[in-house]
Design a protein around this ligand. Structure first.
Ligand SMILES: [Ca+2]
Ligand SMILES: [Ca+2]
Length: 231
């Protein structure tokens, strides 16, 4: 189910047109923008594993990124230069694959492309209310997530953790009560709250390793503007 998030749709449109400096920031920090793909990096992107035609990599297994932890937008931008984006976990099969990666490599947490639609362009959208249930989507492809309080269609479990800082189901926006920062980004945490590997809403400024997944949109864009480039 695709829905048109106005601001992000504008970003996507800008990628496909010459008006590249019209891309709007998705963060509240001024002067931060989505990065454009780098054709050479796209052609040489790390392909550590693949699933249903998409390539993926974990930053911890890429020598030049292995020691880096980044906030959510920097994470997206690292991926986007490779024609990828932060991973989107649309199916249980894909989710299980990423959970296994985290478990087998003892990774404490990663960023995904999951985002709460709580920025400019998300106002007056009754279909997204209440936001903590209906307001989450995958920013890599703007696909809406299942309601957070339900098992997604075709899944055997609800990937959101049943606990967290406030000992409440996720998403709980817990940091907002502490310092006024919204937990608008989706991280997979590895047993941080004695809850196994599970989804949590986390404030986007936290620095974490990343998993990147092929972006069809960026690959198609680079393919169409770089004839003959092998991607
Ligand atoms: Ca995906
Ligand atoms: Ca939380």
């Amino acid at each position: 189910m695709k829905i048109a998030f106005v601001v992000l749709a504008a970003c996507a449109a800008a990628v496909a047109t010459p008006a590249i400096n019209q891309i709007r920031p998705v963060s509240n920090r001024p002067g931060r923008f989505l990065s454009l793909p780098n054709p050479q990096k796209c052609a040489n992107r790390p392909k550590q594993f693949s699933f249903r035609g998409h390539n993926y990599f974990f930053s911890g297994h890429v020598p030049e990124l292995a020691n880096r932890k980044v906030d959510w937008l920097d994470g997206r931008n690292i991926c986007r230069e490779y024609c990828m984006d932060l991973v989107s976990l649309e199916t249980q099969e894909e989710n299980n694959m990423i959970f296994r990666l985290i478990q087998q490599n003892d990774v404490p947490y990663i960023w995904t492309s999951g985002r709460l639609c709580d920025f400019k362009g998300c106002e007056n959208r009754s279909d997204l209310e209440p936001k903590n249930v209906y307001g989450w989507f995958w920013s890599a492809n703007r696909e809406k997530m299942a309601p957070t309080n339900q098992r997604p269609n075709g899944w055997g479990y609800n990937p959101w953790s049943s606990t967290g800082h406030k000992k409440q189901r996720q998403p709980d926006n817990a940091e907002f009560d502490i310092n006024g920062t919204s937990e608008s980004c989706l991280s997979v945490l590895n047993n941080v709250y004695n809850d196994g590997i599970a989804w949590h809403d986390v404030a986007c400024y936290h620095e974490k390793p990343i998993v990147c997944e092929d972006s069809e949109e960026l690959l198609n864009y680079v393919a169409s503007t770089n004839r003959g480039l092998r991607l």
